[in-house]
Design a protein around this ligand. Structure first.
Ligand code: NDP
Length: 335
């Protein structure tokens, strides 16, 4: 069983030398346990925060242990009456090829149906990132039909799901993404009404002008994934009583501080800004996953994936995700 461990913590930017490839024996199953062979593992921006030993909503990733993370795979051995060999499951098996799971532990595994939804999408659009988009849109932004909403990192796992959920509610949805290719995908394939390439608008003023042209009625709701200049620019176009779901600030994750200057606009526009962590809202997951599964199953959401091959490729793929080199949900394919 090949595994990737966190070997040491980054000082500044993360690098491949923070990780270590280890080969371990898979322990024999005890009663109530199953052995899962992972088909895909998920690489997610939050993992960067856990590589640090700082105070956060989640405990740091322990050193010398398997990197934690979401996985999908197949039950290949079972000593549980809840799962049988061949069941497709989503879980939290970490950066390794196999995991032994206590099937009775609440939330440890979930059986999934791959008739209409490919297995890998349970780590993306019909999984944690999709529910994240749903929570921010439905529970925080609470939009009314016809309003304009904006999302940053629009081509990514969360952003693409946000677009489909917004279109399903008759909203005008404008994306922000890095580069022409990503923007073209956001409008042509994901069906956004417009997409702005922030890399072609280097400062707040230029980006704000582009947003004005794309959002003629201003912006009623903003789903923030990035922070920094992008967030500052959107703030200048928010309508009075606008609502902001603060989901992530990836621009500042990898050791570089990102200056921002919006508090005064929060006041003058009487805005609401709410941060959230999707795993603290398990009560919405069933409803959100049902809607997201329908959108994917009916072809209304066709999420793109960046797939790295083999566990050895995980560290570089993860570092690439932190630099925006992924195009869609970043996965590692293990078989
Ligand atoms: P994505 O698939 O969107 O990948 C990350 C993307 O961020 C990159 O592709 C890149 O796209 C974009 N990005 C923008 N600015 C930068 C920058 N300065 N440096 C690097 N990348 C940048 O990831 P996810 O959809 O998985 O996650 C999106 C956000 O949602 C993250 O901030 C994440 O932490 C957050 N999140 C929060 C959760 C919560 O519970 N609050 C749960 C899940 C995710 P581009 O090339 O367009 O810039």
């Amino acid at each position: 069983n090949k595994q990737i461990h966190l070997d040491n913590r980054p000082a500044g930017e993360a690098s491949a030398s923070n990780f270590k490839l280890v080969t371990a024996e898979t322990p024999a199953l005890q009663d109530g346990q199953v052995l899962v062979r992972h088909h895909f593992m998920s690489l997610d921006p939050y993992m960067r925060g856990r590589m640090n030993d700082s105070k956060s909503y989640a405990a740091p990733q322990p050193l010398g242990q398997v990197m934690q993370g979401g996985t999908v795979g197949e039950v290949v051995e079972s000593k549980s009456d809840k799962y049988k060999v061949g069941d497709k499951v989503v879980g939290f098996g970490g950066w390794q090829e196999y995991s032994v799971v206590n099937a009775d532990q609440v939330g440890a595994l979930r059986k999934v149906d791959t008739t209409h939804v490919p297995l890998s999408h349970y780590l993306g659009a019909v999984g944690m990132p999709g529910v994240t988009a749903w929570y921010g849109l439905v529970k925080i932004i609470q939009p009314k039909a016809g309003q304009t909403v904006v999302v940053s990192a629009a081509s990514g796992a969360v952003g693409s799901a946000f677009g489909a959920l917004a279109k399903a509610r008759d909203l005008r949805v404008v994306g922000i993404a890095g580069g022409e290719d990503k923007c073209k995908y956001v409008t042509d394939d994901l069906g956004f009404d417009a997409c702005i390439d922030y890399k072609a608008h280097r400062d707040v003023g230029a980006l704000s002008k582009a947003l004005k042209a794309a959002c003629l009625d201003g912006i009623s709701g903003y789903f923030e994934n990035v922070g920094g200049v992008v967030m500052d620019a959107v703030m200048t176009r928010m309508n009075a009583f606008g609502r902001i779901a603060l989901c992530g600030m990836i621009a500042g994750y990898d050791g570089k501080p990102v200056p921002m200057s919006f508090p005064q606009l929060l006041l003058t526009n009487r805005m609401t800004l709410e941060g959230f962590i999707v795993s603290e809202h398990m009560e919405v997951w069933p409803e959100a996953l049902t809607e997201l599964g329908m959108l994917v199953g009916t072809g209304k959401l066709r999420p793109r994936e960046s797939v790295a091959q083999g566990i050895e490729a995980a560290p570089e793929a993860f570092l690439g995700l932190l630099k925006g080199r992924n195009f869609g949900k970043q996965l590692v394919k293990l078989i």
